[in-house]
Design a protein around this ligand. Sequence first.
Ligand code: C2E
Ligand code: MG
Ligand code: MG
Length: 747
Amino acid sequence: MRIKPRLLKRWQFSASVFAPAVLLLAITAAAVVGFVLWSTADVDRRSLLRQTELVRNILAEEVAKVPRAQESIAIWDDAIERTKFKFDKDWIDNNLGIWMYEYYGHDHVVVFDQDDEPIYTMSDGVSPETTLFASERSLLTREVAAMRALIASGALQTYVNGETAKLPQVVDLRQIGGRPAVVSIAPIVSDTGDIAQEPGSEYLHLAISYLDEEIAAGLGKRYMLEEAAFATERIPSSDHASYPLASKAGRFVTFFQWKPDKPGQVLLAQTAPVLAGTFLVASLLIVALVDRLWKSSAALEAERMSAHHQATHDALTGLPNRTRFERKLEEVLASCTRDGTQVALLMLDLDRFKKINDTLGHQAGDDLIRAVGQRLQELLGNGALSARLGGDEFAIIYSGKAAMNTAADLARRAIVAASTPFVVAGSEVFIGTSIGIAVVLDGDADRLEVTRKADIALYEAKSTGRNRAVFYEDVMYELLQSRHTIEAELREALRGGDQLAVAFQPLFHCRTGTISGAEALVRWSNPRLGQVSPAHFIPVAESTGLVEGVGDFVLRGACELGARWPGLTVAVNISPAQLRNPKFSGRVFDILEESGMRPDDLELEITESILLEDEDVASAALREFRRAGIKIALDDFGTGYSSLNYLKRYPVDRIKIDRSFVSQLARQSASSAIVQAMVTLAHALGIAVTAEGVETHEQVDILREMGCNTLQGFLLATPTTPALIEAMFRDQVAAPESEARLVAEFA
Ligand code: C2E
Ligand code: MG
Ligand code: MG
């Protein structure tokens, strides 16, 4: 399955833009979440440290409260008297025992005598008590012993002497009956100092206060510690914190547990939804941004593609333009060098396109070009590309096998396609195409060289009849070179000097043999090329615009002669290029006026081709000349289309039967029949007939019999200089009898 290119592009775009954007967002999100989690945890950790410190202090205070309460009754003369000197159970209950329970919440009180025998016991407000001493007596003796040791060390004596302010006491934590408790022992001493006791004989007061739920709850309430409790085991929960309490000997007694305040967690719970919302919005923004970016980048891409297409394609036909054509040609020529692929280049130029463009308008011209482009496109096969190079020029590049045959086939089909009628601007039009072909079968070839060759072949195709294809041959190049030389030399000759001259060939009346006039023929003698025939250089002059200079030169020479010999006709050859110039007729009239020649004595020789190509232009000019009295002759008659229609439609005074017919003349030949028909027809239309290239007496006889009006040919006179032709004119005017001699010569 093929992935659609747009989809693929979108995927690539996402990979290059969307992925980094998402990655960035993810990294940012992870960093923010990580930071928030870390900082809230840190806040919680610090808060726990603070709370633990608080717990440590309040527990120390809780423990210290027991000896402090004890101190208030142990330093008291009455207490010594009522316990040691005169045992008073009631008094002890009310001041040292039950009272301690009721006022300070001490759970047990024991008073020991000097032999460490208990003389008073109290538990939970009841005295004497029975349970504690049954189970814990031995435990208590440790504290009692510790107190005695302290007294023995003299600590009490320094207090009694007033050397220290603090009554020595033994305070510790321990488990009693599995319950954590504060145990405190103090010696009962005089507050006034009035009762002196023998050191070591002091009675001892022991107070025990359990660290129970009530105390924990009270602390929790006072210090805002949630779920505060004493426990012998830790609550296995990350929600709870615990602080261990141990005896002085390091023995574990209890845990104080509570649910610590977690400000970080609270903060997190409050900020998490905001953060999540922010990320959601940021994600949506990024998605929207990327989508927008994709759309604008897609639009840019489309614009770029269209600009590229415009730069490499012709707007009218949609075919590749010259730029792309040149690049493509270079490509295929490179592959020709690389792997021997054959290449053919066909250059096409439409025939008669200009005429349609001029007559039907540019819109029709555009439609026609478009239609041609389409037809060309349709006939292409594999390995071929067509292009429009501009105007009515097209090209086809083929690369592949059998380039020669394929090119010939393509050319044939292109000619058929172009000569099949087109309908533009509502009318059917006929064009054709000339094609020049250059083929590269192997080896290196340069684009410019191949293009030049195809152009030369195209030129050849156009100048040898049009609507045809011509393969390039080297001889064409040589021909072109020689044309270039002729052009350059002729241009030079036209600048001045005496290279150009006008020769005159006389024409004779067929019946009388007298001179009717002369035809002016251009002569060119070039120092490098020698004598150049007009048949050679006139076509070059026509295609390069030089023919007007040549034409003016000849016309001037002819009119100068004609002005001096009124009554004799001087004929001048006019090329189609001259006639097409709208200023031409004005120039003819100017020269006539300058020279003083009568228009009636001037004859312009034109060929059929001009009538074929530019009917309207030609006929308008011809009518203007005829109105002025100038005569028109159709030269080389019989070689072109010889449409007898022209004779009827155009103002022609004379036809000049081409010498190819005259040279074939013999009695009973086909040519004779044709010439006879031409003469008869021309006469029927009131048109005079001249036979060109008369070389034999037999031809003279036949032509005379046929009723031809005038004759021209080497037999009668060759083209000659103005001086000699004037001499001939003079002879005839001076001695008309010599006319008889000439007639005799014809016979
Ligand atoms: P064209 O107008 O048919 O002129 C007659 C040509 O036939 C002349 O050749 C002339 O020398 C030649 N010719 C005359 N009699 C005979 C003959 O008996 N046998 C043979 N074989 N040839 C004969 P040229 O002067 O070489 O001119 C050739 C063509 O060049 C002319 O044919 C004409 O078409 C053109 N041309 C000559 N001069 C001019 C000019 O001034 N302007 C233009 N536009 N074309 C000219
Ligand atoms: Mg002529
Ligand atoms: Mg001729």
